[in-house]
Ligand binder design. Structure first.
Ligand code: PMP
Length: 409
């Protein structure tokens, strides 16, 4: 069969070999089967696990009000939209969500895509062309890299959060009338650290570059209005393209861009990942809208401070046990916790062994192995939720510490 000839070419690819061998030994951290809603404790393959491996930071995925909103949207608008936004796929619910996001961000407008991945791919490839240059953090999300490749622009990576390297890339000349777009994540999903947005924004201004910030993991967590890292750093007005996913704190699916009408008009015409796909299903759009309204309420503020308090408890508990969880991120006037606590391990196989042992003891974590992280930079990604109890955090700390101590040295 022809497809086997294609698959055969992947033989020898480290990643495929690793996946095969760990699957055979049933130690794979990937594709495990969840049998319940995303919550602090989940059923995985017949057993309860404390969930430290989800992006459900605010704990809204099983919130009764959000589920009701999804149900109402389903009842009113049906199960599907059966068309793209351009044709029959724009319901008033999509516009209501976009208006809510624009008002929340204080921007001229907002545009909702079906997924966050498509938001990055569609936006970057629409606004950047072959004559331009993209300067991107080496740890930026895969969707940013894919959108950058699709744009045909020259791509200059800078070392993660390294301002000197960023400046070096900005200093290099650009051919003809090409423009420069700098792209960073507000909060990095693997390392759990924030981008130093004050300095990054100043460098963009100095070198005449535009700036796009992906707030997938920082939306609903940081800033007075909880719109993300740019608000925390006070750089929102100098950020040209504000992107976020609706699949993490807002506990739905989708993604959005908040920005000027000129930017959004360009995207409406040129973003192929927006134009040529079916728009978000009513249940997801209804859930996103209800989540954002909740995030903007007093309950949202309480949940945001609770997830950070839980993360700080987890982090300081692990540090007290002598474990390496990296540093808190500097912010204006101090530093801050992050809902993502990265337990640095180094070796892929040791990380996988630890993942499996924790899994067997009832703790679900995410293993980040090369190439999701640099070679020998394997880590277990531990994420807290606002709804984790103190007891669950304490159990996680003691189980992790005891299990790390049992690893062969
Ligand atoms: N950006 C970042 C930083 C992400 O981590 C992700 C998803 N993990 C995305 C974009 C894509 O978002 P979505 O999952 O909504 O497609």
């Amino acid at each position: 069969m022809t497809v086997n000839r294609l698959i055969k070419r992947l033989d020898g690819d480290d990643r495929v070999e690793l996946l095969r061998s760990v699957r055979e030994a049933d130690v794979s951290p990937y594709f495990r089967v969840m049998e319940s809603a995303t919550a602090p404790v989940v059923q995985v393959e017949g057993h309860d696990k404390i969930m430290l491996g989800s992006n459900n930071y605010l704990g809204l995925a099983d919130h009764p009000d959000i589920k009701n909103a999804a149900r109402d949207a389903l009842d009113t608008f049906g199960s599907a939209v059966t068309g793209s936004r351009l044709l029959n796929g724009t319901m008033d619910l999509h516009l209501e969500l976009e208006n809510e996001i624009a008002e929340w961000h204080g921007t001229e407008g907002a545009m909702v895509f079906t997924t966050g991945y498509q938001t990055n791919v569609g936006t970057i490839s629409a606004v950047v062309g072959k004559q331009d240059v993209i300067v991107v953090d080496s740890a930026a999300h895969a969707s940013i890299r894919d959108g950058s490749l699709l744009s045909g622009a020259e791509i200059r990576k800078f070392a993660h959060n390294d301002l000197q390297d960023l400046e070096e890339q900005l200093r290099k000349p650009v051919d003809g009338d090409g423009a420069v777009l700098v792209i960073v994540d507000g909060l990095y999903s693997m390392e759990g650290d924030l981008a130093p947005l004050g300095e990054i924004t100043a460098l963009c201004t100095r070198y005449g570059a535009a700036l796009m910030v992906d707030e997938a993991h920082s939306l609903g967590i940081y800033g007075e209005q909880l719109t993300g890292a740019v608000e925390l750093f006070g750089t929102a007005n100098d950020t040209d393209i504000r992107m976020a996913s609706l699949s993490k704190s807002p506990s739905s699916t989708g993604g959005f861009i908040a920005g000027s009408n000129d930017l959004l008009d360009t995207l409406r015409i040129h973003a192929r990942a927006f134009l040529f796909t079916t728009s978000g299903v009513p249940a997801a759009v209804g859930a996103s809208l209800a989540s954002i309204r909740l995030i903007r309420s007093e309950e949202g503020r309480q949940r945001a401070s609770r997830v950070l308090a839980n993360a700080e408890a987890l982090r300081s508990g692990l540090v007290a046990e002598g474990l390496d969880v990296g540093k808190r991120s500097p912010i204006p006037g101090g530093d801050t916790a992050s809902p993502i606590v990265s337990l640095h391990i180094g070796d892929d196989l040791v990380a996988m062994d630890l993942w499996r042992k924790l899994f067997d003891k009832g703790i679900f974590t995410s293993a980040a192995l090369h190439p999701a992280v640099p070679r020998n930079g394997a880590l277990l990604r531990l994420c807290t939720m606002a709804s984790h109890t103190d007891d669950q955090i304490r159990t996680a700390i003691s189980t992790i510490a005891e299990t790390v101590a049992e690893l062969p040295s």
